[in-house]
Write a protein that binds this ligand. Structure first.
Ligand code: HEC
Length: 442
């Protein structure tokens, strides 16, 4: 079977080849080609898209070389309608087929229209009006455009509208875009700023200070309030804000209370809390025991102070500046002194002036001084100091008492006065004084 089928197929092939060959030779014995001598020509009118990149282009076609045409485009289905719409820029091949199946082909080019915006510069200008209140939305931008015509306007990419006026705006950044009749665009940025809610707001903080009742105590307080706005909260020394303006538990010191209103506007005031005066009601008395200065000795006056009143340990000062622990001041020259005592709270009290005086000269010294005044001063004074001696100075008599005795009593190495020894009663006064000690106070 298989072999027979193969032979028969081969025979059909040979037969067909002969027929085809006969037709191509134009033999009358084969069916005529209906398209022979038929030329199908396709013509068309291209309508470009109205916008660059648009797809509303179209091609209206017609054909000749037969009748009953159908058309396809770019290999699509054949249709009887002669217009292809919805075309973007590009190359399109249209085939027209007549009722006999004969076809013709043309290629059409759909082009974008020239860009209407090239060379067009649209400038948007505008007048922004800021919101009048913080958080308000009564700001506006009145925009206009130049560089073309037929503008519509959009804000922040919204719908285009005929007016360039945009109202009801809060603070923020805005872009206004203008579009002309060809769809060409221009834009500008605007910023609306909310007013500073604190400008013109003066917040005044006042308060009542209650000082600690004890030195170092922490029961002081500040009761503060504010005016100039509303919705105040308060803080002290930069701490957390609280609703109340009362701050308790304060020690002595400097404090700043700030008030903040509902918009965050601030005002502040400084307050100082002071400890009670520890010296109020404290009286410190100082009594002095004075030892007088002895002449012709190094300054040896002395004051011993005794303080009473006050708290804690006293310190003492002769001049009120330098305080010492000791209540004894020695090596004092004659003169008035005021002793100040300071207690543990630095409360002070002062004495009445304590006068360090010179002790008076003694009776024996007075007698010797009188002897020398009469018998020696003529040759031993300020202007004439024989042998370097000046007996008008009391302390010279004390200092050089041995020389006085040697010359005036013992005539050693020679008598003074040079004219001869003094009467023995006078010399005895010198002896008595020296025997008693030879001091100013003897
Ligand atoms: C008339 C003058 C004169 C009279 C008065 C006089 N002197 Fe002199 N004195 C002298 C002369 C000059 C010297 C120096 C020469 C000498 O040291 O001898 C002197 C020196 C001294 C000296 C120092 C020398 C020494 O030895 O340390 C003493 C002290 C002195 N006289 C004590 C006295 C006494 C005390 C008297 C009174 C009682 C006195 N003189 C009265 C003239 C006088």
């Amino acid at each position: 079977m298989k072999k027979i089928f193969t032979l028969r197929s081969f025979s059909l092939f040979i037969f067909s080849a002969i027929i085809i060959y006969s037709c191509s030779k134009g033999g009358s014995e084969t069916p005529p080609d209906p398209c022979a001598g038929v030329t199908v020509a396709v013509t068309g009118t291209v309508t470009n898209p109205t916008t660059v990149g648009g797809s509303n282009g179209s091609i209206a076609v017609s054909a000749s070389g037969g009748s009953g045409f159908t058309y396809n485009i770019n290999g699509g289905a054949f249709q009887s309608a002669t217009t292809f719409t919805g075309l973007a820029a590009g190359s399109y091949t249209v085939i027209a087929k007549n009722s006999s199946g004969c076809t013709g082909t043309s290629t059409f080019t759909v082009s974008n229209p020239p860009n209407p915006c090239s060379g067009v510069t649209i400038t948007v200008t505008g007048t922004p009006t800021n919101p009048t209140t913080a958080g308000g939305t009564n700001g506006s931008i009145a925009a206009s455009a130049s560089g073309s015509t037929g503008f519509t306007f959009s804000i922040n990419g919204g719908a285009f509208q005929a007016s360039g006026n945009f109202t009801g705006l809060g603070a923020g950044a805005y872009t206004i875009t203008a579009k002309d009749l060809n769809g060409c665009l221009g834009s500008a940025n605007f910023t609306l700023t909310a007013p500073n809610p604190c400008s013109g707001v003066v917040i005044t903080v006042t308060g009542t200070v209650t000082n600690p009742t004890t030195v170092g105590g922490n029961n002081g307080s500040i009761v503060a309030s504010a005016t100039g706005s509303t919705g105040f909260t308060y803080n002290i020394n930069g701490g957390a804000f609280q609703a109340s303006g009362t701050f308790n538990g304060l020690t002595a010191g400097a404090y700043t209370v700030s008030a903040r209103d509902l918009n965050g506007c601030l005002g502040s005031a400084n307050f100082t809390l002071t400890d009670p005066n520890p010296c109020a009601g404290v009286t410190i008395t100082v009594n002095n025991s004075v030892v007088a200065n002895t002449p012709c000795m190094p300054n040896n006056g002395m004051i011993t102070a005794t303080a009473a009143g006050g708290t804690g340990t006293f310190t003492y000062s002769l001049n009120g500046i330098t305080f010492q622990a000791s209540n004894v001041f020695s090596n004092l020259a004659p003169g008035p002194y005021t002793v100040t005592a300071k207690d543990g709270n630095n409360c002070v009290g002062s004495s009445m002036p304590a006068v360090v005086s010179n002790l008076p000269e003694g009776p024996l010294f007075s007698q010797v001084k009188a002897v020398l005044q009469t018998n020696c001063v003529p040759c031993h004074n300020n202007s004439q100091q024989e042998g370097g001696m000046n007996w008008t100075i009391d302390c010279n008599i004390v200092t050089f008492k041995d020389r006085v005795k040697a010359r005036a009593v013992d005539a050693s190495p020679s008598a003074m006065p040079p004219t001869g020894l003094l009467p023995s009663s006078e010399r005895q006064k010198i002896v008595n004084w020296i025997n008693a000690g030879g001091k100013f106070t003897d």
